[in-house]
Design a protein around this ligand. Structure first.
Ligand SMILES: [Zn+2]
Ligand SMILES: [Zn+2]
Length: 152
C-alpha cells in the first residue's frame, strides 16, 4: 500500500466467484459492503441477491454504526474501551440489528452475522448470545451458532 492509497477508495475488493452462494455472513471488513460469502469470504454484490430497497437501507444503517464502533476500537484511542464494550454487548444496538437482519435475510439464504471478539482475549468457545458451545465446523472464523445466526 502506498501512502496515497490511504486516501483512495478501497479498490482491491475480493468478490465472491462461487458458482452458487449457499450462505451469507454480514461482516465489516472495512469496505463499503458488509455482505460476504459464507464459503469464500468474498464480497457479494447486493444486486446478485436481488435485495429490496428496504433491506439495502437497513444493512447500510446497521453497517455505518457497526463500522464506526469497529474503527473506534481499532484506533486504540480514547474510545477503545467504550467501543469494545458495545461491540461485545449481545443486547447492544449493532448486535441486535445484525441478528434481525440475518434472520430476515435467511428467508432467502442462510445468513449469519459476525460477532466481534478481541483475538487478545483468546478464541471464543461459547456463543455470546445463548451461551451454547459454538459449532467449529466453519469455513472461516472460529465457529458458529446456527440458532442465534452468529459466526465468530
Ligand atoms: Zn463465495
Ligand atoms: Zn447462540
Amino acid at each position: 500500500m502506498t501512502m496515497y492509497e490511504k486516501l483512495r477508495p478501497w479498490t482491491e475488493i475480493e468478490s465472491c466467484r462461487c458458482k452458487t452462494v449457499t450462505g451469507l455472513v454480514l461482516i465489516d471488513l472495512l469496505t463499503d459492503n458488509p455482505i460476504h460469502c459464507a464459503s469464500c469470504r468474498g464480497e457479494i454484490d447486493p444486486e446478485r441477491l436481488q435485495l429490496t430497497e428496504n433491506e439495502v437501507e437497513s444493512i447500510v444503517r446497521w453497517h455505518s454504526v457497526a463500522s464506526a464502533l469497529y474503527r473506534l476500537w481499532l484506533d486504540s484511542g480514547e474510545y477503545e474501551h467504550y467501543a469494545k464494550e458495545k461491540l461485545l454487548d449481545p443486547r447492544g444496538q449493532i448486535n441486535q440489528q445484525a441478528q434481525e437482519l440475518a434472520i430476515a435475510m435467511s428467508l432467502r439464504l442462510p445468513t449469519r452475522f459476525w460477532y466481534f471478539h478481541d483475538t487478545e482475549d483468546g478464541d471464543p468457545i461459547r456463543c455470546p448470545v445463548c451461551g451454547n458451545q459454538l459449532d467449529a465446523a466453519v469455513e472461516w472464523g472460529v465457529g458458529i451458532c446456527r440458532p442465534c445466526h452468529v459466526q465468530m
